[in-house]
Design a protein around this ligand. Sequence first.
Ligand code: HEC
Length: 107
Amino acid sequence: MSANGFAQTSSVQRGQALYQSRCTACHAIDANQTGPAHRGVMGRRAGSAADYKYSDELAGSILVWTPKTLNAWLADPEKLIPGQRMGFQVDSRRERADLIAYLATLK
Ligand code: HEC
């Protein structure tokens, strides 16, 4: 609660809500679905979730997922890794920042 008595939603909370509404059609935290499982994604090598069949382009990239690379990925995956298979992007910088704050909590 903030000083004026209204609950403030944090970036992580907003990111979690965005994740539920935008990402769970294809992703889950602990299971591979259309997209790879997300637990531990921050700091992980791109294309390295166990038992998920990535595109050759993503699997062969030398990226590590950091706030910076995740921001570029979510803004335009095809620009970051041409030939990848995630057909989705997030245009709002603030929404990307919230999503990244949430992903970072999935340890
Ligand atoms: C329409 C389905 C779809 C939606 C919606 C989607 N993704 Fe994906 N995502 C994928 C697919 C498919 C891949 C794997 C791409 C490849 O192998 O080239 C992927 C890969 C990723 C990766 C790379 C993970 C790794 O292990 O290297 C991240 C991070 C990611 N998605 C985040 C998100 C977030 C955050 C959202 C919601 C804002 C989202 N995705 C929405 C399908 C989707």
